[in-house]
Each structure stands twice: as structure tokens, then as C-alpha cells.
Write a protein of this length. Structure first.
Length: 417
């Protein structure tokens, strides 16, 4: 009877945006639905929330990605605390750093089995000494709360297997392990990104695979938030140099992030760059792209997890030119065009090299090898399967979940009276 009480409780997915859960966790949610799980999603309201509510029970949560003030943090904590206390979930799976911090604390208080996914440490890992120190404090706090579990009203015990951490690359995993040395490495899992959906497994549509003597007019693509740390300024500088080629920008500014281009700066892009078009937010921009010679450009210095756009481009036969930072030690230079120094001249050299491979009729073979590599390692089906395997490691919820144990105990007291 007790097992049924735990088995029938909901499984919660948490993130700092509805877009994130819909874009990166849709297939996971659908697979959990097929298995009969009661899936609840918790995130701020945005234009994607209505689509998220169609495949899960959606609960709004006002957590700001960029407001790091203590009052904002406290309000987000209190709201999440009462949501979880009411829902009494059997597992919580959280994504992104700030959400992970709040979730780790609340899960410690309630003894809830928890999975924390780190999608890269963002600008904090590459910024000032103060911000890096803040990142250290957050990681140490997450590590501490992830190991502690409430067993009585004011009594906490160390229980390592209540929390598992997922990292998207070895760089971030090693960084966490170095800062949180007492957290067991066995509870840290490496899962490469969120995976590419199966609808990207289509026939190649561009002309990189049709060799002729005509020099191609290329279309460079930027697909990310319009952050300087993600390389938007480098992208525009290259556009200024390569005036005979076209440039498309897919993405939106981050109004609360000082690292983002402003609305006025975006307006000036169309005025000052005749070969650049700003498209704004478009769902699956690479999948719906209709140009002859596309090139994905990822000149990012951001603390990336695993840029899915690189995998998407690979399955679509679109060559990528990326920074070494964006390669996250997963995409290797024997297959991918990687700017080791992240300099302007590096990107121009890699572009010339790409054209040279096309003219020698060897580029299509390389693109085919890249596609095979991505298809064998980064499909969404594989990522979903690995994630559910982690959920299955919580074999005995009742031994750790303080919140549910109390509920069952109270029910038994009512019945016996």
C-alpha cells in the first residue's frame, strides 16, 4: 500500500523558462506520459506555456534568470516551497543554475529524490572574479543541500543517493567536482545535451552536396540569444568583412542581461549592414531554412553545456564554424571547423578552408561523417532513455521522502482514530 502512495505521486520538471522545457524536454515529457507518469512542469509564463500545458500540468513560477537580488531569490524560494509542499512529488528534475539552487534547498527540507541538470555555467564561469566567486558559492551550496536530507522536524542526515547531477560535458563536470570535492562523483552523470529530435533526420536540402565550378554565395547563420558573450558582435564583424555573402540572425535580445544587444542596436543592424537580416525568434530555424549554401557560425565564449544548434546543423548537412569554447571538448577538429584562438582572422581562415574543401569536392564526405557522428551520439531518443534510467535509480522513495512519509503517517492516524 505504501509503495502505491509513492508510485502514484507526480514527477516534476522545473526550469527558468517554459521555452526551455518545451524545446529541450518535450520528448522526455511525452515518453513519461506514455509510461503513465503524472508529469507537472513548473516555470515562468511565456508564449510557450500554452504548448507546455498541452502535454503536462503546467504551474507558473516567477523566477527571473537575470535578477540575482536576495529579495527576488527569496520570493522565488517561498513560492516554489509552497508549490512543492502542496504537490508532494516523488521526483523533481530541475534545470539551469538558479533553479537548481532553489530546488536543491527545498528538496533537502522535504527529502525529495532530485535530479539536477546543469546546462552550462553561463557567463558566471567566464566573468569577473566576483561573479566567479558567486558561482563557487552557489555550487558549494548545491552540493551541501544535495547531500543533506530531513528525517525529522529539525533533524537532517547525510544521504548521498537522494540526488543525482547531470552534466552536458566533461568540462563542467570536472569544474563542479573540483569546487565540490566532497560530493560523490558516482552521483554525477554525463549526458551529452538534450538530444536532437527525430524530425531533423531528413534528406539534405542544400547545395553543398552538388559540386560545380561556380563559387558559392553563402548564408551565415547566428542562432542564439543576442549576447556579446555568445558572439553576436563577432558575427556582425564577419558580415562587415564578407559583404558578398548573406547573414541571418535568429534569436531575441535578453532585456534583463547587460551582455545583450539592446533593441536600438538591433534596429541599427538592418540599417548599417546591407547583407544582414534580423529574423527574430523562429521555431526550429535551421530545420525550416531554405538557402543554397548555409553555414552555422557559433563564435561563443559563453559557458555552454552542449550547443544543440551544432548537432541540428550536422543532421541537416549544414557545415559549422565554431569557437573552441563552443566545441566543449566534444566536437573535434578532425570533423568540425574550430577557431582555436577565437580571433576574427581564425573564422575567415576556416571559411576559406571550407570553400576550398567544397571546390575540391571533399566537403560532402566530411559532412556525411559529421552527420553519422551526431546521429550515433546525440539523438533525443538516446538522451531521454539515459535520463529515465537515472529516475529508475530511485528504487525506494519511502526511505527518503520526508514529505510523503508524513502524509502517509497522518492518513494512518486519521484512519486509526
Amino acid at each position: 500500500m505504501q509503495n502505491d502512495n509513492f508510485k502514484n505521486r507526480p514527477l516534476i520538471l522545473v526550469a527558468n523558462s517554459s521555452w526551455y522545457l518545451l524545446h529541450y524536454r518535450k520528448q522526455l515529457i511525452e515518453e513519461l506520459n506514455k509510461k503513465g507518469e503524472k508529469v507537472i512542469t513548473i516555470s515562468p509564463v511565456d508564449i510557450h506555456s500554452k504548448h507546455l500545458s498541452a502535454i503536462s500540468v503546467f504551474i507558473p513560477w516567477n523566477i527571473s534568470r537575470n535578477n540575482n537580488g536576495l529579495i527576488s531569490l527569496l520570493i522565488s524560494f517561498v513560492k516554489y516551497f509552497f508549490i512543492v509542499r502542496a504537490l508532494k512529488p516523488k521526483i523533481v528534475h530541475s534545470h539551469t543554475l538558479k533553479a537548481n539552487f532553489i530546488v536543491s534547498l527545498v528538496s533537502s527540507i522535504f527529502g525529495i529524490p532530485t535530479v539536477l541538470s546543469f546546462t552550462g555555467f553561463g557567463i558566471l564561469s567566464k566573468s569577473s572574479r566576483f561573479k566567479f566567486k558567486l558561482l563557487q558559492i552557489i555550487i558549494l551550496a548545491i552540493s551541501f543541500f544535495s547531500k543533506r536530507t530531513r528525517v525529522k522536524k529539525l533533524n537532517f542526515h547525510t544521504y548521498f543517493n537522494r540526488t543525482f547531477l547531470i552534466f552536458q560535458n566533461k568540462i563542467e563536470l570536472n569544474k563542479f567536482s573540483k569546487l565540490a570535492k566532497n560530493f560523490p562523483r558516482s552521483n554525477c552523470k554525463l549526458i551529452y545535451g538534450s538530444g536532437v529530435p527525430k524530425n531533423y533526420n531528413v534528406e539534405f536540402r542544400n547545395k553543398w552536396f552538388i559540386h560545380n565550378d561556380e563559387k558559392p554565395i553563402c548564408t551565415f547563420i547566428y542562432s542564439a540569444r543576442l549576447l556579446k558573450s555568445k558572439g553576436i558582435e563577432v558575427f556582425l564583424k564577419i558580415a562587415e568583412e564578407l559583404k558578398d555573402h548573406n547573414f541571418l540572425i535568429f534569436g531575441i535580445p535578453d532585456k534583463l542581461n547587460p551582455d545583450s544587444l539592446s533593441i536600438d542596436e538591433i534596429r541599427k543592424v538592418d540599417e548599417n549592414y546591407k547583407n544582414v537580416k534580423y529574423k527574430g525568434f523562429i521555431h526550429n530555424p535551421l530545420l525550416n531554412l531554405d538557402v543554397d549554401f548555409p553555414i552555422l557560425l557559433v563564435p561563443s565564449l559563453y559557458g555552454e553545456g552542449l550547443p544543440r544548434s551544432i548537432c541540428e546543423a550536422a543532421l541537416l548537412g549544414i557545415p559549422s564554424i565554431i569557437s573552441e569554447n563552443a566545441s566543449v571538448e566534444i566536437f573535434k577538429s578532425d570533423l568540425f571547423s574550430i577557431a582555436k584562438e577565437n580571433s576574427f582572422n581564425d573564422y575567415l581562415y576556416l571559411f576559406d578552408n571550407l570553400i576550398n574543401m567544397y571546390e575540391k569536392n571533399i566537403l560532402k564526405q566530411r559532412l556525411s561523417e559529421i552527420r553519422t557522428f551526431v546521429y550515433e551520439n546525440f539523438t533525443e531518443e538516446s538522451i531521454v532513455e539515459q535520463t529515465i534510467e537515472i529516475y529508475n535509480q530511485f528504487n525506494s522513495y519511502e526511505n527518503v521522502n520526508y514529505l510523503l512519509k508524513n502524509q502517509i503517517k497522518n492518513q494512518e492516524n486519521i484512519i486509526s482514530s
